[in-house]
Design a protein around this ligand. Structure first.
Ligand SMILES: *[C@@H]1O[C@H](CO)[C@@H](O)[C@H](O)[C@H]1NC(C)=O
Ligand SMILES: *[C@@H]1O[C@H](CO)[C@@H](O)[C@H](O)[C@H]1NC(C)=O
Ligand SMILES: *[C@@H]1O[C@H](CO)[C@@H](O)[C@H](O)[C@H]1NC(C)=O
Ligand SMILES: *[C@@H]1O[C@H](CO)[C@@H](O)[C@H](O)[C@H]1NC(C)=O
Ligand SMILES: *[C@@H]1O[C@H](CO)[C@@H](O)[C@H](O)[C@H]1NC(C)=O
Length: 564
């Protein structure tokens, strides 16, 4: 942020100078009464102060794009076209400006929502809610770009559904909810970040791709050294070790150890988080209980009574704009798929008999491995002496011929310590899977990409998608489930690395890139948004149980005869 200071100083200097000239004029035209001089001076100070409050001195956000976005191979013409399309589809409404005084920024506690339509509405219709965002002075915002999320819920029914937010780019937003159950339902609107914070996140995304940094230990005999590693490191400064993956071309570099060769890399681990990323000014837009994940209150009623569908009403609309909803605390997809509840371990064993299940990715897919091995005693974990939480892990039920495995994705995995020999890219792992009707592949790759420009994630998904297409081409009956991103707990610090705003973009890109392929998307975003439990990077067990029920219902759909 150093680079903004000169302009700020210039503006201040000009204001001070003009103030000084006015002061001189005032002094010469008025009698030199000291009291008057002082009061004039205060007036000028006030006018300088209010000049700072006026939006006349905003300046556009100029992003200092690093070379990181396109480090590694050049995308082909077709890939570049898709990338442009994806970047357009996630373009965030501006204006991307800086310098707005915090009083003029969006304040969730001064904002409000209004439920449209009557207090009683019918199942099958759509609830419309208007949100009016205001600043700390209680004045309406004139532009969009605030990050809002919405949920409609009935606690006593264990029911909840996510809403779709539409930004009108003028400070007003419309939220749409499908009405899917009868009873009293409450509207909940939350401002995750004001638009002014999004500007800061956007800057970090482009300018600070190394704000989470990595390290590797190099060792040979008695010599050992540790150096910094990342997806992109400054070229032409210090010698680098190039660990670009020969199969996918995914880039990865470490600074070369002084004494040891690049071949002596032993492991990979998260080095830490860069500090002092934002200025004091920017920090005002990231305050817990002020403008991070703060609810927006209702003006008027905050609930509607949903009545059964009207007789003679046209058939309930199919285009729900939601993936599913909770009812009696269990997830019901709106795709029409029938969900079974796998409440006891024997039904799980029965469903998984003869199956090989590969889980690939981050710790949010590992949660499924942990759930299943804890819940199904017949699934015996094989001891590889793998480090805790890192893996690889494997569990076997040899009587029922079930094999369950977990392996983390490659760099930039932010785990404690992964041996170099265990670092694998998901795309390469997929290429080594035989596939078939008894193979299930569960993939989750999202959370560790939040600190990079989105092009890095697009490239990673391109490689994974290509490998999925190859797998489905070899064995079309393979079940591939891809887990989307989910919401998480945010505070001023974690927002800068893991904000839901980063996840939202990752999530949108993931959905778009796998659209039309024969894979199942597991909508972790909506499953965490629609649920009453707090947002956590690792969703709580009751949500995991719902995810497992969904996956098992895909593996063993009702009415289909099992093999064996
Ligand atoms: C952009 O980033 C580079 C590398 O960090 C730095 O040298 C340069 O001064 C930056 N430019 C601006 C306008 O901040
Ligand atoms: C936003 O909503 C408010 C309150 O209904 C309304 O007064 C205002 O005109 C709307 N703004 C625009 C730009 O439509
Ligand atoms: C690293 O290796 C890859 C693949 O061998 C190569 O394409 C790339 O240019 C290398 N990077 C640098 C900075 O030399
Ligand atoms: C629904 O909202 C109205 C208006 O705010 C309120 O009077 C009523 O008590 C609420 N309904 C329930 C069941 O709480
Ligand atoms: C599974 O457990 C839930 C919660 O205890 C219960 O509501 C549901 O009826 C059970 N389903 C089956 C098939 O046992």
């Amino acid at each position: 942020m150093e680079r903004q200071r000169p302009r700020f100083v210039t503006v201040f200097f000009l204001l001070a100078l003009s103030g000084f000239i006015i002061l001189i004029c005032n002094i010469t035209s008025l009698e030199m009464l000291s009291g008057q001089v002082i009061s004039t001076f205060y007036q000028i100070q006030n006018s300088i102060h209010s000049a700072f409050k006026s939006p006349g001195i905003l300046w556009p956000l100029e992003l200092n794009h690093t070379y990181c976005a396109h480090f590694g191979q050049e995308p082909t013409a077709e890939e570049a076209k898709e990338e442009r399309y994806l970047l357009n589809s996630i373009a965030w409404p501006g204006p991307l400006v800086q310098g707005l005084p915090v009083e003029l920024s969006s304040d969730p506690s001064k904002s409000y929502f209004v439920i449209q339509g009557p207090a009683e509405q019918h199942i099958g219709s759509q609830l419309v809610v208007n949100v009016h965002v205001q600043n700390f002075l209680g004045l309406p915002k004139k532009h969009g770009g605030d990050f809002l999320i919405a949920r409609l819920h009935s606690p006593e029914l264990g029911a909840g559904v996510a809403g779709k937010v539409h930004d009108h780019h003028d400070g007003n937003y419309t939220v749409l909810f499908p009405l899917l159950w009868s009873g009293v339902a409450w509207v909940e609107i939350t401002m995750v970040h004001p638009s002014e914070a999004v500007v800061v996140l956007k800057r970090l995304q482009e300018e600070q791709p190394n704000r989470v940094f990595f390290k590797s230990l190099f060792r040979s005999g008695f010599l050992s050294e540790t150096t910094i590693c990342n997806l992109c490191l400054p070229l032409n400064q210090q010698p680098l070790c190039n660990y670009t993956d020969p199969e996918t071309g995914e880039p990865w570099y470490c600074y070369k150890p002084k004494m040891l060769s690049c071949d002596t890399r032993i492991n990979h681990y998260k080095g830490g988080y860069k500090k002092n990323l934002i200025t004091e000014y920017e920090a005002q837009f990231f305050q817990s209980d002020v403008n991070i994940k703060v609810p927006i209150h209702a003006s008027g009623m905050d609930n509607v009574t949903v009545l059964p569908a009207e007789k003679g009403q046209a058939k309930v609309k199919k285009n729900y704009n939601a993936a599913g909803y909770y009812f009696h605390n269990s997830w019901r997809p709106l795709s029409g798929a029938v969900i079974q509840q796998f409440n006891d371990s024997s039904t799980i064993t029965h469903c998984l008999r003869g199956k090989i299940i590969y889980m690939l990715g981050d710790s949010t897919v590992r949660q499924w491995f942990e759930y299943l091995t804890a819940f199904v005693p017949e699934l015996k974990e094989f001891n590889f002496h793998s480090p805790k939480n890192v893996g690889p892990f494997m569990a076997v039920d040899s009587r029922n011929n079930i094999l369950l495995s977990y392996r983390c994705h490659g760099p930039p995995i932010r785990f404690t310590s992964v041996l170099s020999s265990e670092l694998r890219y998901v795309a390469n792992e997929l290429d080594r899977i035989k596939g078939g009707p008894d193979t299930v592949v569960l993939v989750s790759v999202w959370s560790h990409f939040s600190t990079f420009p989105i092009e890095v994630y697009i490239r990673r998904l391109r490689h994974i998608r290509r490998a999925v297409v190859r797998l489905l081409n070899r064995e079309p009956a393979t079940l591939v489930v891809i887990r989307t991103a989910n919401l998480q707990k945010l505070d001023p610090e974690s927002s800068l690395y893991n904000s839901d705003w980063f996840s939202l973009q990752i999530d949108a890109v993931l959905r778009a890139m796998f659209r039309g392929l024969n894979v199942q998307l597991l909508d972790a975003w909506e499953m965490t948004l629609a649920h009453h439990l707090p947002h956590l990077l690792h969703p709580p067990p009751t949500i995991i149980k719902n995810m497992i029920d969904l996956i098992l219902s895909h593996i063993c759909p009702v009415g289909r005869k099992k093999r064996n």
